[in-house]
Design a protein around this ligand. Structure first.
Ligand SMILES: [Zn+2]
Ligand SMILES: [Zn+2]
Length: 262
């Protein structure tokens, strides 16, 4: 199994996950041109995509979904609530957000998350006994979330903001309240709090995502997370809004490479 990102942050998100013949795109907040350009960099094309899954209707995740799906005739999947909110889609396949379902070679477990959208879900992907968690746009940690994410082989996790930077930063008070709230985004310490609840001994990749440009920095995320979970800082990865993330292979029967608790 492998995964990559076309970019992550408030100006657009899209993740690719591949196993065997199945290539899934999770969200698309980019133009067709920009998506194609970023796909080429990763060595894949729209024709390779089996389906697009939408986590929720916010523009940074959903604005590019309908036009990309229409241009290349790709099926789109979403929860009932998200399906109602994503505009301009001719057809959409609905999944039950409380039940795992199969798409190609993947078994997909939707994870309902507290976020200010209609019925937002994030996902755990399983294939070939490997488990990948993809979690962004989370206002607060739930016991359910911690339960399903434990024991992942790879995890892509939101580290949206540093609390002090947000509180003292340029955002209007109403926006600060939204981001800080239970249905907003995860800050670095909340993400660390979640990691501390999980069995992460098998993790081959820990990728920090949806990092705010104004209220956080890659350096701060890498410093805070590596110190908290005692891993090699160079092993961690962050997703850049413009550069995305190159393919990360998740291998079977491998010892964790994360030098945890060194
Ligand atoms: Zn977002
Ligand atoms: Zn959102």
């Amino acid at each position: 199994m492998r995964f990559a990102s076309l970019g992550s942050g408030s100006r657009g998100n899209s993740t690719l996950i591949e196993h065997g013949d199945t290539l899934l795109m999770i969200d698309n907040g980019f133009s067709i041109k920009e998506t194609d350009k970023r796909m080429v960099k990763l060595g894949v094309t729209a024709e390779d995509i089996s389906a697009i899954l939408v986590t929720h209707e916010h523009g940074d995740h959903a604005s590019g979904v309908a036009r990309y799906a229409k241009r290349y005739d790709i099926p789109v999947w979403a929860s009932h609530g998200t399906a109602r909110m994503v505009k301009n889609l001719a057809t959409i396949q609905i999944f039950n957000s409380h039940k795992p379902f199969d798409l190609g070679e993947f078994s997909i477990e939707p994870v309902l998350v507290p976020h200010d959208a209609r019925e937002p879900t994030q996902f755990v992907f399983r294939a070939n006994t490997l488990k990948l968690g993809v979690m962004t746009d989370i206002g607060s940690i739930t016991p359910h979330m911690a339960g399903v994410l434990t024991g992942c082989d790879a995890l892509l996790l939101e580290c949206n903001y540093d609390r002090d930077m947000l509180v003292n930063g340029p955002y209007p008070e109403s926006v600060k309240r939204r981001v800080l709230g239970h249905w907003g985004h995860l800050d670095n310490q909340q993400a660390i709090g979640l990691l501390e609840q999980l069995d992460i001994d098998k993790l081959q990749h820990l990728v920090l995502a949806h990092i705010s440009k104004k209220n956080n920095s890659h350096e701060l995320v890498l410093d805070s997370v590596s110190a908290a979970i005692q891993c090699d800082r160079a092993w961690l990865q962050v997703i850049d809004q413009d550069e995305g993330l190159a393919w990360c292979n998740i291998e079977k029967n491998t010892q964790s490479k994360n030098i945890l608790h060194a």
